[in-house]
Design a protein around this ligand. Structure first.
Ligand code: SAM
Ligand code: SF4
Length: 335
């Protein structure tokens, strides 16, 4: 057994998020510009390389893999990769294989994902209004996503809805979304909008809806009980006593989760980001590509990267200007 990955602040790294593509069939306004330039295909890790990369992390003690993007289900042949990961679930080395998706392709893939061992899926959905959905995603169509959600539940996948809280956009749907999720037995998590990437004219400070405000509005309608549950990430949970629902809040701009951070993020080109809020990364691709058949250099490169994991990040919206703004897109590191 190899020694597990422990960073300089004694945090065990057990969770890897992997972006398998930077492409997407949507153009959400807070995530991408309308005219995105995507990476040339040859820059991307092949499906075999993704397998080798993830398997090396699993051998080093990673127990949870979350596949993301861009939109992970638009990557050609992606089910081959999910099927390849099943072997790590079967040995018990991997405890959970999951994904974050916009839901558009779940009608096609939900059954296959369940067969590969996926049991839970996060689906991003910001509104239940068809016109608003088309506006916010630019290219998305709500009925297709709703069919995807139906397919996921029919396949036996547990669904969590992720909703980006956007001032003046979905404020009026707060209770509608809560009730809709209750009716379908789905968890719901709200995400505070983050200053990522150059996405055109949208002013992020205009869209910014503080989750403390959202939470206060919920508290006006329901009795909220804080739950001790922690994910090692920026999510906090409450239970709505009247309905028994669990509601999550992801406030990535606060620092209060960094000390328990258990995760790193791999981009589709093989760059490892040790912190979502910092530019520091390690390019693992040379260690992978230059040593086919020998995982030792890759293991060494991963350990060296983890040794550089910073203590925390430094986003700051407090003075009405966005300090610590990230120049890369969320679709690059997968959120
Ligand atoms: N395409 C998939 C999806 O939308 O679920 C996976 C990738 S997407 C980048 C992952 C998550 O990041 C989504 O829930 C999306 O809403 C969120 N996201 C994207 N840009 C964001 C931003 N600027 N601030 C907060 N969340 C953002
Ligand atoms: Fe695509 Fe997800 Fe970004 Fe929307 S949030 S543009 S669905 S990657």
């Amino acid at each position: 057994m190899t020694t597990p990955l422990i960073d300089p602040f004694q945090r065990a790294i057990s969770y890897l998020r992997v972006s398998v593509t930077d492409r997407c069939d949507f153009r959400c306004v807070y995530c991408m510009s309308e005219n995105m330039t995507f990476l040339p295909k040859k820059e991307l890790l092949t499906l075999e390389e993704l397998d080798r990369m993830c398997s090396t992390f699993v051998n080093l003690g990673v127990e949870k893999l979350r596949i993301t993007g861009g939109e992970p289900l638009v990557r050609k042949g992606i089910m081959t990769f999910f099927d390849a990961m099943t072997r790590h679930l079967e040995t018990g080395a991997l405890k959970e294989l999951t994904l974050t998706t916009n839901g558009s392709q779940l009608g096609r893939f939900a059954d296959d994902l369940h067969a590969a061992g996926v049991r839970r899926v996060n689906i991003s959905l910001d509104t239940l209004d068809e016109t608003k959905f088309a506006d916010i995603t630019r290219w998305g169509r709500l009925p297709q996503v709703l069919r995807g959600i139906d397919a996921a539940q029919a396949a036996g996948l547990r669904v969590k809805i992720n909703t980006v809280a956007l001032k003046g956009f979905n404020e009026d749907e707060l209770f509608t979304l809560v009730e809709w999720c209750k009716g379908r037995d789905m968890d719901l998590t709200f995400i505070e909008v983050m200053p990522m990437g150059d996405i055109g004219n949208e002013d992020r400070l205009d869209q910014y809806w503080k989750l403390s405000d959202l939470r206060a509005r919920l508290a006006g309608e329901y009795t909220l009980t804080d739950l001790a549950e922690r994910s090692g990430g920026p999510a906090r949970y409450v239970r709505l006593e009247e309905t028994g629902q669990k509601i999550g809040f992801i406030t990535p701009l606060t620092h209060n989760f960094c000390e328990s951070c258990n995760r790193v993020r791999l981009t589709c080109t093989g760059e490892l980001y040790m912190c979502l809020g910092q530019e520091d990364m390690a390019d693992l691709r040379p260690a992978l590509r230059n040593h086919p058949g020998d995982d030792a250099p890759l293991q060494e490169a991963i350990r060296a990267a983890i040794a550089m994991k910073p203590k925390g990040h430094d986003f700051d919206y407090s003075r009405q200007s966005v300090e610590g703004r990230m120049s890369r897109h969320m679709s690059h590191t997968g959120g």
